[in-house]
Design a protein around this ligand. Structure first.
Ligand code: ATR
Length: 280
């Protein structure tokens, strides 16, 4: 690839950002389609986020992804929020149109597209979602958009679940009928009621983490997604049981693919992006 005076710059704001895989697969996509652009990591200290977002205008950076811990705060510094960002209250993508910054959230669609690799028809499915933080808000938004039948939303801190339901109410009218809040202790009693199980918490990141529930109760008919980027204990047991299962990489690729499409207007070469991470 030859860089020149017209090379567009894209990137990712995170803290830390060293381990991000986005530069690898976004660059692979630009190269594959012959787009004159680069995608670089920017380590942005939380105290500097506002300045970093302003700098997008000064430096005419065409677009960035936003990752932990900036996804919530960044919405204070852009010119416009897309509809899904207003609801989810977190953004992972900014597009810079001549100095006018629009924030998007593509995590929800990344999650849905990834899950559809395991189960194309989400309508009428019953889902257990564990966690009620930022990732969970995107996952739940995606599931509601796909018209699932039921969401059992489990979290260590139950007020967060009530809060999410309250905030989503004006956008999804029958949400009270769809989402049932449950405590972590009650998960085992609901396993037979669900088709899909999604972990959005950080539990499992370390192998010593205490399990969220007794994983030996999984059945082979369960579809299990853990949005952590590795084979967690939960996924290991799901594999042993013969469940369809998935870690966080499909969601990562598809959220990035959607960001790519927002920025370039071109269809993202998803298979190429996956291949660049050795996921195929
Ligand atoms: P993210 O943006 O990745 O979702 P977050 O907003 O900090 O991160 O949310 C983290 C989620 O993991 C929350 O649901 C959190 O539970 P609480 O709301 O009770 O804090 C959950 N979580 C983190 N550590 C946990 C643990 N040890 N046991 C159970 N849940 C945990």
């Amino acid at each position: 690839m030859i860089l020149d005076g017209q090379t567009k710059v894209y990137g990712i704001f995170g803290y830390p950002v060293k381990h991000s895989k986005s530069p690898t697969f976004q660059t692979a996509a630009f190269l594959h389609l012959g787009i004159n652009a680069v995608y670089v990591p920017f380590e942005v200290n939380p105290n500097d986020l506002e300045k970093a977002v302003e700098s997008l205008k000064v430096l005419k950076i065409a677009g960035v992804n936003i990752t932990i811990p900036h996804k919530e705060n960044v919405i204070n510094y852009v010119n416009e929020l897309s509809e899904e960002v207003k609801i989810i209250k977190a953004a992972n993508t900014i597009k810079n149109i001549d100095g006018y910054l629009i924030a998007y959230n593509t995590d929800w669609i990344g999650f849905v597209e990834g899950l559809k690799e395991l189960e194309p028809n989400l309508e009428d499915k019953r889902v257990l979602v564990i966690g009620a933080g930022g990732s969970s808000r995107a996952v739940v938004y995606g599931l509601l958009r796909e018209n699932v039948d039921k969401i059992y939303l489990a979290n260590r801190t139950l007020p967060k679940v009530y809060n999410l339901i309250q905030e989503y109410k004006s956008h999804f009218r029958i949400i009270d009928k769809i989402i049932t809040p449950i405590s972590l202790q009650d998960i085992e009693g609901f396993l037979n009621n669900v088709d899909i199980i999604v972990n959005t918490t950080s539990v499992g990141l370390n192998d010593e983490d205490f399990p969220l529930f007794d994983y030996s109760l999984l059945k082979d008919s369960h579809i299990v997604v853990d949005i952590i980027y590795k084979e967690t204990k939960l996924l290991k047991v799901a594999k042993e049981k013969g469940c369809k299962h998935q870690n966080g990489f499909p969601m990562l690729i598809y959220q990035g693919a959607k960001s790519f499409e927002i920025w370039t207007g071109q269809k993202a070469p998803v298979e190429i992006m996956k291949k660049s991470l050795n996921l195929e």
